[in-house]
Design a protein around this ligand. Structure first.
Ligand SMILES: Nc1ncnc2c1ncn2[C@@H]1O[C@H](COP(=O)(O)OP(=O)(O)OP(=O)(O)O)[C@@H](O)[C@H]1O
Length: 270
């Protein structure tokens, strides 16, 4: 374990590569995020977003690279020495969350609460059920839930143990407009309380208000990583982060590396 220290980035990724057999899905991705930052992860289908998140979560093993998440080293190649601690400090919510078919909504939260030894998990569960409009489904079985409800339950389970790092893969999929509003507000609150959040989405316009940072991927590589405000500042004529993103992709984006660092920052060839 790496000692906790607020000056150390919560997520640090250096030269991540992931091969599926001989297919290079992620090719030299580097970025870092600190406490309280919310990073929108965007890019076309097949860009490598989910693969990157799954490597960060330790669900699949990176082929190469140095990954540190919430003070835990996430191994590429050999054994993952901090695997248990990583599970305690991180939550990964996939776009189609695997739930337990035999458990009700309430039983999911009870199970997670006990597994993670959450103090007062019953009260916290009630609060989360209420917040995500699931109270009336408390005793419903997981298989009877709608897609959006499954998504909300998975997010509630993730929130229950207050992870330091939240990786949300397409969390808006299936949510109704009030559900989206609640989710985005809750993400902002989590970040204000010190969590680091990565949220992948094809709908940048929907998430841009909460994003402090943006990571744009294409063909397994980083097209842009940096503060959302920096991207906006590069395109002052644009009125939104999404518009700045489109303006960037319509011009010729390049990635620059400040001297002494392999962390990409943004540069544009006019
Ligand atoms: N298990 C796997 N085996 C082989 N190739 C895979 C595997 N998983 C993903 N890939 C490939 O890796 C590339 C990146 O996939 P990934 O799911 O990370 O993209 P993504 O950016 O999340 O896409 P989307 O926006 O469609 O969800 C794609 O070309 C995909 O076909």
């Amino acid at each position: 374990m790496i000692p906790a220290n607020d000056t150390v980035p919560t997520i640090e990724v250096q030269s991540l590569r992931k091969l599926y057999d001989d297919y290079l899905a992620v090719d030299g991705v580097s970025f870092s995020l600190s406490k309280g930052q919310i990073c929108g992860l965007v890019g076309p289908n097949g860009a490598g977003k989910t693969t990157t998140m799954r490597c960060l979560a330790g669900l699949i093993r990176a082929t190469d690279g140095v990954l540190t998440v919430a003070g835990c080293r996430v191994a590429s190649g050999g054994a993952n020495a901090d695997a248990i601690e990583l599970k305690r400090r991180l939550a990964y919510v996939p776009d189609d969350p695997p739930l337990f078919d035999d458990l009700s909504v309430q039983q999911h939260l009870d199970f997670i609460g006990r597994l993670y030894r959450v103090d007062d998990h019953a009260a916290k569960s009630d609060e989360l059920l209420n917040r995500f409009d699931l109270t009336k489904k408390r005793h419903a079985g997981a298989t009877t839930l709608s897609r959006g409800m499954r998504q909300k339950l998975a997010i509630a389970c993730a929130y229950l143990y207050d992870p330091d790092v939240l990786l949300l893969d397409e969390p808006l999929t299936g949510l109704d407009p009030p559900g989206i509003r609640v989710l985005l507000a809750s993400i902002r609150e989590r970040a204000m309380a010190g969590a680091t959040v990565i949220i992948s989405s094809h709908l940048l316009a929907m998430i841009e208000d909460v994003c402090t940072h943006l990571l744009v991927m294409q063909d397994g590589q980083v097209d842009y990583f940096g503060a959302a405000s920096d991207l906006r500042a590069n395109f002052p004529e644009t009125k939104s982060l999404e518009a700045a993103y489109f303006a960037m992709t319509e011009r010729s984006p390049i990635v620059t590396f400040p001297s002494g660092s392999d962390m990409p920052t943004f540069g544009v060839v006019s």
